[in-house]
Design a protein around this ligand. Sequence first.
Ligand code: ADP
Length: 176
Amino acid sequence: MSTPATRQRPNILITGTPGTGKSTLAEQLADKFKFDFIEIGKIVKDFKIYTAYDEEYQSHVLNEEKLLDHIEDRMDSDSGGVVVDYHGSDFFPERWFDFVIVLRCANAILFDRLKARGYNDFKVRENVECEIFGSLLEEARDAYPEERIHELRSEGPTDLQKNIEKITELVRTWKQ
Ligand SMILES: Nc1ncnc2c1ncn2[C@@H]1O[C@H](COP(=O)(O)OP(=O)(O)O)[C@@H](O)[C@H]1O
């Protein structure tokens, strides 16, 4: 069982409302640090780790237990060095993550990104409301110690560069 105390490299969770830029950031971080990238949405689809398809949300309903089983060996490895991208955060074991990055985005920008993705009106509205209420920040706060959580703005290319620099610094000074 791996914990922040036993890990050699940090594990990073990138969370936030769909469309805030999680996979964009996670991919670049994994590439930069030579960390493994676990894109939960892709694993769920590839390995059919869902219980049903929700027509209204036009998305699969995650089988959380099965997903945790699927990634457990890698996440519980003391080598660490994993970047995980998922909009939820509270069903992962708390010990798995050293940094929990919550991306935030202005409503109008998020609206355009979700529309461009082809989401239906219901799904766009649900997600924009989720961002307005800060639901995923609250979820992270309920599940992880405050000092592990970093709320970062993700609205334009400058933010992306700043966020990469910020997280690079967190990783560099981790455990110092
Ligand atoms: N910092 C950013 N600046 C501008 N566009 C961004 C930024 N981050 C992501 N995007 C764009 O927003 C859209 C959603 O990003 P994505 O990484 O797929 O979000 P998520 O993984 O949170 O659903 C993509 O078109 C992506 O290119």
